[in-house]
Design a protein around this ligand. Structure first.
Ligand code: GLP
Length: 244
């Protein structure tokens, strides 16, 4: 789906999420959202905060699982995805803190595997992800599933691609400060979501969007796996769609 502007596109995504939250509320049921960080989804979060403040949309029945976190990473660091999510969304809505899940960047190495298994179990116990929001990296990564990630991969510790670290370098004030690892949901975890919404804005994303949508399905471009998903929308602005 191609939109004139990322504002218009983000409003559509925020509305879809809000509608699901409301309809589940009417039935006394929870909604499970898979959430992403990065600059791409911030306008969707702005709209959700607006809906909460102006229209009284409640998030009390919402359970969230974030895709990824750098490793190691302290939650109060300016680079942490915990802080990002608090600042862009969680601090401004009425979600229950116990319903928020983000991979833990503070774990000791020997505890990571158990944590990742427990993360998968928690997603399943919550009933699976209803809507998974995604951005896309220049390498074609979704979450931090870099080239070489398999279709069946689950939540795990991964090594970041050099291109991804280069893209993050300015935020971290230099490549040497960018962590070399991250904990991410797997491609398989993402693919198990009932609905997937991948968003991309700007010309910088147009090449990888073209490869992801029209290219051969292969591990070297993990986003191509989304072609297998039965209910996946790519929400693009005209610039991101310009190579299609
Ligand atoms: C990071 C995140 C991804 C995100 C990507 C793109 O690598 N782990 O989830 O999709 O950045 O970031 P942006 O939205 O800023 O382009």
């Amino acid at each position: 789906k191609i939109f004139e502007s990322s504002e218009e596109a983000s409003l559509l995504v925020a509305n879809e999420i809000a509608e699901l939250i409301r309809s589940r509320q009417a039935d006394g049921k929870n909604v499970v959202l898979g959430l992403a960080t990065g600059s791409t989804p911030t306008k969707v979060y702005d709209y959700l905060v607006q809906f909460h403040k102006k229209d009284g949309l409640s998030f009390k029945n919402v359970i969230t699982f974030n895709l990824d976190e750098y490793y190691p990473m302290e939650p109060d660091s300016i680079h942490s995805y915990v802080r990002f999510m608090n600042e862009h969304l969680f601090d401004h809505i009425d979600i229950k803190r116990k319903n928020i899940h983000i991979p833990d960047g503070t774990l000791d190495k020997e505890d990571v595997r158990d944590f990742c298994e427990a993360y998968e179990e928690k997603i399943n116990k919550a009933g699976g992800i209803d809507i998974q929001v995604l951005g896309i990296g220049r390498t074609g990564h979704i979450g931090f599933n870099e080239p070489g990630s398999s279709l069946k991969s689950k939540t795990r510790l991964v090594r970041l691609d050099r291109v991804t670290r280069l893209d993050a370098a300015s935020d971290f004030f230099g490549l040497e400060n960018v962590p070399s690892k991250a904990i991410t949901m797997g491609v398989g975890t993402i693919m198990a979501a009932k609905k997937i919404i991948l968003m991309a804005w700007g010309e910088g994303k147009s090449k990888i969007i073209q490869q992801s949508v029209e290219g051969e399905i292969k591990e070297s471009v993990p986003a191509t796996f989304l072609q297998h998903h039965e209910n996946c929308d790519f929400i693009l602005d005209t610039a991101a769609a310009s190579s299609l």
